[in-house]
Design a binder for this molecule. Structure first.
Ligand code: HEC
Ligand code: HEC
Ligand code: HEC
Ligand code: HEC
Ligand code: HEC
Ligand code: HEC
Ligand code: HEC
Ligand code: HEC
Ligand code: HEC
Ligand code: HEC
Ligand code: HEC
Length: 389
């Protein structure tokens, strides 16, 4: 062996400390299976997994800092991971999970003696395993009740992201932490949170750059940018945890009424039209709001670039109505028969139809009443049905 400065240093510091506290000294007892404390809890650890873990080269006392040798106290302090991982610890203590478990690090990272690199498929925080790890608490009905949270895990698992990640193993699909972050997870009511309403387009936009750009080019994105929180964000139309493929018929149905939850008047008039009525019969190839208005880059109707501006209507209607011409597009998709000023012909036609309906029902109603009176008279004169004949 050659004596270099490094080997000198090794013998000066490392050897004495290793001799003073070798993991094998602890494993003499703790490496045995079935060792328990006086209360009957297991104090055995899997020596082999500990050795091959990411912390395999640390002394046991690197984490169990209040143990100086044997005999050691029967109760020792909770391990403080922040001694070595101060950045992660700082983020966690600022997060909503700060108090979620006695040792919150191990709630996500698993068995403290078997921690592997986070990119190892065996790690509980490896991308494909994250939903299950978060689900260990967020699919727990008791926890959900205690904190008033929905069972987000099962909602997510049936979504397009959940299926893509856990069934197809698509690593680029959104897992819980893609939207929420890892250590500094905050409530969605906190303005710094990635899931705070105004931040959602940027969060989804980390992967969906195209929809994000067109959303901000449209009226809804413009309003949000100007600080108007009445504007819809991605999750209003797509939800957060039950995101479906956009061709899904049930999603399309629901989304027209989502538009309608803010645009009540336009929804009501839409429902009166042919387009909505065939859609109610589950014929989804019909015109939904966004077939005419576009979906992300919706513009003000008064904007000449809008898909519903007079100059663009032939093209917009023409997507489905081949040969649509100037006279075809005079059909008004939001005609309101109660509005005499904007739709005089429709208004008076509607009044005429209503009067006709009233007249017909009124005539037959009167007819029935008179008939009833007449038959009552007839019965009295004839002595009633039983006394007759
Ligand atoms: C001679 C056997 C023996 C040796 C050597 C030993 N321990 Fe223990 N250890 C025990 C027993 C027994 C318990 C259970 C304590 C009890 O309830 O009596 C225990 C408990 C523990 C606990 C849990 C304490 C708690 O608060 O629940 C830790 C941590 C621990 N030992 C770490 C170590 C480390 C680190 C070493 C090496 C420096 C070590 N032990 C050496 C027998 C041993
Ligand atoms: C990366 C840090 C870390 C290292 C290294 C480590 N432990 Fe632990 N150990 C923990 C944590 C965390 C707990 C769980 C209790 C707590 O939070 O304090 C624990 C608990 C224990 C317990 C109590 C029984 C149990 O499983 O909960 C024993 C015994 C124990 N460790 C022994 C050892 C021995 C022996 C070594 C060395 C071979 C060792 N530990 C190395 C972090 C560590
Ligand atoms: C809510 C779950 C959760 C909690 C709690 C948690 N972690 Fe993590 N941690 C993760 C996830 C997920 C990753 C993987 C990030 C990735 O793949 O980039 C990770 C990654 C890490 C890494 C690798 C480096 C990095 O920052 O990406 C370290 C080190 C780490 N965590 C330590 C800790 C410590 C220490 C604590 C406690 C103070 C802790 N974690 C608490 C989920 C958690
Ligand atoms: C005595 C210092 C020390 C303590 C205490 C400690 N670690 Fe580590 N940890 C390390 C070192 C060194 C590494 C390997 C180098 C690296 O990748 O950062 C590591 C790696 C990790 C990794 C893998 C990081 C990656 O990039 O894949 C995780 C996760 C982790 N530690 C979690 C914990 C948790 C949880 C605790 C508490 C139970 C803990 N550590 C306590 C020193 C420590
Ligand atoms: C595609 C992004 C995305 C994914 C993936 C995601 N979330 Fe969320 N999550 C959000 C948004 C956005 C909110 C804000 C509230 C809302 O819009 O419903 C939220 C809210 C929450 C809430 C609070 C619910 C409430 O109503 O108070 C919890 C808890 C939660 N998420 C946990 C999870 C867990 C656990 C996973 C993985 C199983 C997950 N999330 C996956 C985006 C996501
Ligand atoms: C140890 C159990 C536990 C684990 C594991 C866990 N959580 Fe939580 N989580 C909680 C508890 C408890 C709360 C509620 C805390 C409160 O309201 O004070 C919470 C709250 C949340 C919230 C805030 C909900 C809101 O109001 O917007 C989100 C988001 C969240 N968790 C996401 C996650 C994600 C993502 C993971 C996995 C990386 C995860 N959690 C892992 C216990 C856990
Ligand atoms: C006002 C409702 C609404 C908002 C807000 C919204 N979307 Fe959409 N999105 C839709 C509709 C409707 C479709 C389906 C369009 C179609 O089938 O032609 C769609 C389609 C999509 C698609 C499928 C690909 C595509 O572009 O057609 C993705 C991905 C998507 N949206 C993501 C997002 C993201 C990310 C955001 C936020 C930046 C967002 N959406 C905001 C209604 C909305
Ligand atoms: C980590 C990247 C990532 C994040 C963050 C993300 N997504 Fe996705 N999303 C994907 C991938 C990948 C797919 C495609 C999955 C597939 O095709 O199986 C997808 C699919 C979708 C679809 C279905 C598109 C279609 O063609 O039908 C919609 C809608 C969607 N995401 C909306 C959102 C919304 C809203 C958010 C934010 C709340 C979000 N995504 C966050 C990666 C992400
Ligand atoms: C068949 C095409 C078509 C469909 C389907 C449609 N619209 Fe319209 N919409 C138009 C046209 C054309 C205009 C412009 C008429 C005008 O200048 O008032 C318009 C105008 C609007 C306006 C702005 C002007 C006003 O009346 O306040 C809103 C908001 C609107 N529509 C929302 C919706 C919503 C919400 C839905 C679905 C429930 C929907 N539209 C369905 C074609 C359509
Ligand atoms: C969360 C509420 C909300 C939802 C959901 C929503 N919008 Fe809007 N929308 C607004 C607000 C606020 C404005 C701007 C004020 C206004 O002009 O009505 C706006 C403006 C518009 C305009 C321009 C109105 C004009 O005066 O020319 C159209 C068109 C429109 N939205 C269509 C839609 C369609 C289509 C959907 C569904 C895909 C939808 N909106 C979903 C809130 C919403
Ligand atoms: C996404 C496709 C789609 C778009 C866009 C669309 N429609 Fe329709 N429309 C339909 C379908 C499907 C029917 C019912 C089947 C049929 O009669 O062609 C229908 C029926 C109609 C009818 C009643 C039946 C008829 O053919 O006379 C009128 C009027 C009409 N649409 C006008 C319009 C106008 C005006 C626009 C543009 C502002 C428009 N539509 C845009 C799909 C569409």
């Amino acid at each position: 062996m050659r004596w270099t400065p490094a080997t000198l240093l090794f013998f000066a510091f490392a050897v004495p400390s290793v001799c003073a506290q070798r993991n094998s000294d602890c494993l003499v007892c703790h490496g045995q299976q079935g060792l328990t404390d006086t209360a009957g809890h297991s104090v055995s650890i899997d020596a082999q997994r500990q050795k091959t873990s990411v912390h395999g080269s640390l002394p046991c006392t690197g984490c169990h800092t209040d143990i100086k040798g044997y005999p050691h106290p029967t109760r020792v302090a909770t391990v403080n991971c922040s001694v070595c991982h101060s950045d992660e610890a700082k983020d966690v203590s600022a997060s909503i999970h700060a108090q979620a478990a006695a040792n919150v690090c191990t709630a996500c990272h698993g068995d403290p003696h078997a921690i592997v690199p986070v990119k190892d498929p065996q790690s509980p925080v490896y991308a494909l395993n994250i939903p299950r790890t978060c689900g260990s608490c967020h699919a727990n009905p008791q926890m959900a009740r205690k904190f008033g949270l929905p069972n987000v895990y099962s909602m997510y698992m049936d979504s397009i992201h959940g299926l893509a990640l856990t069934k197809d193993g698509l690593l680029v699909a959104a897992s819980c932490t893609s939207c929420h972050g890892t250590h500094r997870i905050l409530s969605h009511t906190n303005a710094d949170s990635r899931t705070y309403r105004a931040n959602i387009p940027d969060t989804c936009g980390t992967c969906h750059a195209g929809p994000k750009a067109s959303y901000f080019a449209g009226i809804h994105g413009q309003l949000l940018k100007a600080g108007d929180t009445d504007a819809p964000v991605c999750s209003n139309c797509h939800t957060a945890h039950q995101i479906a493929r956009v061709e899904t018929a049930s999603w399309q149905e629901q989304t027209s009424s989502t538009c309608g939850s803010c645009h009540k008047q336009n929804y009501a008039t839409y429902l009166d039209t042919f387009h909505a009525q065939i859609s109610a019969l589950s014929y989804v190839e019909t015109a939904h709001c966004w077939n005419c208005h576009r979906h992300h880059d919706i513009l003000l109707a008064s904007d000449p670039h809008s898909s519903v501006a007079p100059a663009n209507l032939i093209a917009t209607c023409g997507q489905c109505h081949q040969g649509a011409n100037a006279s075809f597009v005079t059909f008004h998709p939001h005609a309101d028969p109660m509005d005499a000023q904007s739709f005089p012909a429709l208004h008076f036609a509607a009044i005429f139809m209503n009067l006709l309906l009233l007249g017909v029902f009124g005539f037959f109603g009167l007819h029935t009443i008179l008939w009833f009176i007449r038959s009552a008279f007839d019965r009295r004169e004839g002595g009633g049905p039983s006394g007759g004949a």
